[in-house]
Design a protein around this ligand. Structure first.
Ligand code: MIG
Length: 659
């Protein structure tokens, strides 16, 4: 059951698809404190809080302060409060009565989940206006399902988007991209996609291709398609300011950009230097911007990633001028500790500055709003622009689309990747933990940059990351310019990765089935163990294992130089210790604690009692998979009872599946 309450005068976000009449009166379990712009809930000692999507720390969000304030932050350390997204749904799992709470407001929300007082959950709103939805059900999967039903069906990508993808900022030319494909082919490692980062563009201009570097992009796309590889270009939020550049000109003429205090198109910088920012809050802007994806679709592209849409701002022109003025004043002065730190923070404070976010305006639902009031919707509505356009530009096929910034509601239009993580072992684990919150918030198609975006990956880290992520829907190796190359072919032993990637392909019938069933039935694809064993405290506290679909539990190795790990089994299970899709040990383990060996290159997959795991022969890419080779590993279950879902992987799916 879902109950709807209204605080103040909320701004509509279009994140909810059911019309649930609002009730008046007390919100069950909460005390309202309008003076503090807060609602408060007393927690039991045993309460666990899930949700909040892609945030730092573990799956249980309790005892930290999370602030929904979409931020381009490339240091995902545990002291942080905000990352790129605002996914304001929490699930409070309590022996008393579990419930879900969705705080629907586009402004800043502070989730003080026992940070100030360990016994108290306090949710503070910058503006005391919100739609609140309280979701009640007797089970955790039930609450998750009700909530997902409330916010609408999750985005479904084409099937090839479940294959392995290679990315790096940057591949600058056709030749470089070809070489990546060649090297994978030479190594015999399956590959479905290569991502194009900002360098494919002409001077970082959206909807352009650098003609020197890619002289015939249409031909190039076709040639790569023939090799089974999809090219996936990036699109940035900021539009380069340049006379004669069609997107800039159209945006100015059509009044599609956000406005500064004086009513002029805001000038702020990102990649290309000075840029304008589309006002994605306006349907006209979304329509206009979305249509421009056609430029790349027409050339054979069928996937995109939307970046910098928090939006990230290097500096605004106005603020930069103020900084220059002040620096001029400081020039020649004796800089003591105060004036010197003023100088450094003047420059350091230019990017993503809170004051800048209060200095421009949107037109939303016929009214003018200062940006910060709607801030968390920007990435969502950029991605919605693309998603909605695809429905008319190519109604007969699915297009891959995922975004860095998001808000609940966006999950209907695209997936997410978790942004600029690092080649750190702790981020390998974080990448797994974030999947629980993301699934709960509807972002089924998601994943982190495998190998880590920042810093240098080692062969063992890369290997363990590919193993951990074997079941994550987005399976992409991505990293940043300046770091050690981490294409699998760049390591000392590329051949050691092949069995892992092949295993991913062998698992695709299961991954795709379970993903699609979750999407089409508003269910969870990856979930914490508490969803299955709520009465088992050990299971509930397990932070480094996940359930994937109906049959599988994963327990990856996430420590360097470890050749095994402890695993907790809430019930008897079959362990598959897999070295490849056709070389593995089958071991029956009884419930309880086990130390399980897993050398580098060995993956631990647990099959639940009474369940089966379908596997097929691997292939060079998803299109080449042969479902007639499917065979089942059974732990007591019958293959006939397994509901294998398959389709052409391209045609949009209209109807929900009946359970
Ligand atoms: O400020 O396009 O998160 O994946 O490679 C960096 C360059 C901008 C951030 C994205 C990252 C991408 C990078 N972008």
């Amino acid at each position: 059951m879902i109950r709807h309450y209204i605080i103040g005068e909320p701004i509509e976000t279009d994140s909810v698809v059911l019309n649930i009449p609002a009730e008046t009166g007390e919100i069950p379990g909460f005390v309202m404190d309008p003076g503090a712009k807060a609602i408060r809930h007393r927690m039991d000692r045993e309460d666990v809080i899930y949700g909040l999507g892609e945030t730092v720390r573990g799956m249980n969000k309790r005892n930290w302060l999370y602030i929904s304030n979409n931020t381009d932050d490339y240091m995902h350390t545990e002291g942080k409060h905000s990352l790129y997204a605002s996914q304001n749904f929490i699930l409070v799992f309590s022996p008393r009565a579990s419930f879900g709470l969705y705080v629907d407001t586009p402004g800043r929300v502070t989730f003080d989940l026992g940070y100030t007082d360990p016994d108290v959950m306090e949710i503070r709103l910058d503006d005391f206006d919100a739609n609140l939805y309280v979701v009640q059900d007797s089970t955790l999967p039930g609450i998750a399902h009700e909530f997902r039903h409330l916010v609408g069906r999750s985005y479904i990508p084409p099937k090839w988007a479940f294959g392995f993808g290679q990315s790096r900022w940057s591949y600058c030319t056709e030749k470089e991209v070809e070489e990546v494909a060649d090297r994978y082919q030479q190594e015999g490692i399956p590959l479905d996609s290569i991502y194009l980062d900002i360098d494919y563009m002409d001077h970082y201009k959206d909807f352009t291709v650098d003609e020197q570097a890619f002289p015939d992009f249409t031909d190039f796309c076709a040639e790569m398609k023939k090799r089974g590889i999809h090219l996936v270009p990036i699109i940035d939020a900021g539009v380069k300011m340049e006379d004669g550049y069609d997107i800039c000109e159209e945006g100015r003429k059509g009044d599609y950009f956000v406005k500064d205090e004086d009513g002029n198109d805001l000038v702020a910088a990102v990649w290309p230097g000075k840029a304008h920012f589309p006002d994605f809050m306006k349907p006209e802007t979304r329509k206009w911007f979305g249509e421009h994806y056609r430029f790349l679709l027409d050339q054979g592209v069928d996937g995109f990633w939307n970046d910098m849409n928090e939006p990230a701002i290097f500096y605004t022109e106005k603020h930069l001028n103020e900084v220059f003025r002040r620096i001029d004043e400081l020039k020649g002065e004796n800089l003591d500790i105060e004036s010197f730190s003023e100088l450094t923070s003047l420059v350091g404070g230019l990017s993503n500055n809170p004051e800048d976010y209060r200095s421009f305006y949107h037109t939303y639902m016929g009214k003018t709003y200062r940006h910060d009031k709607l801030h968390n919707l920007y990435g969502y509505l950029m991605t919605r622009a693309a998603g909605e356009a695809f429905r008319t530009l190519c109604p007969d096929r699915r297009i891959l689309l995922f975004s860095r910034s998001s808000y609940i509601g966006m999950h209907r239009y695209g997936g997410v990747w978790t942004g600029d993580n690092r080649s750190w072992w702790e981020h390998l684990l974080l990448g797994m933990q974030q999947m629980a919150g993301l699934n709960l918030c509807g972002f089924l198609y998601s994943g982190s940059d495998m190998g880590g975006f920042g810093d240098d990956a080692t062969e063992d880290l890369m290997m363990r990351w590919l193993e951990m992520a074997l079941f994550t829907p987005l399976y992409r190796n991505h990293n940043a310019k300046g770091n050690r190359f981490q294409e699998l072919s760049a390591f000392a032993h590329p051949e050691r990765f092949r069995p892992i990637i092949e295993l991913r392909y062998a698992l695709l019938p299961y991954i795709y089935s379970e993903f699609m069933k979750a999407a089409l039935r508003d269910g969870m694809y990856m979930m914490p163990l508490a969803f299955q064993w709520p009465d088992d405290r050990r299971a509930v506290e397990t932070e480094d294992q996940l359930l994937v679909g109906e049959s599988v539990m994963i327990a990856p190795v996430y420590r360097q130089n470890a050749s095994g790990r402890y695993v907790y089994l809430p019930e008897d299970m079959m362990l598959l210790r897999m070295r490849s899709w056709n070389d593995y040990d089958e071991i029956q383990l009884s419930e309880g604690d086990h130390y399980v060996k897993a050398e580098l290159g060995e993956v631990l997959i647990f099959i639940r009692k009474g369940h089966v795991l379908p596997l097929c022969h691997p292939a060079a890419n998803t299109a080449a998979l042969d479902y007639s080779t499917i065979h089942y590993i059974c732990n007591g279950g019958c293959p006939e009872d397994y509901e294998l879902y398959n389709d052409d992987g391209i045609t949009p799916v209209k109807d929900p599946l009946r359970a």
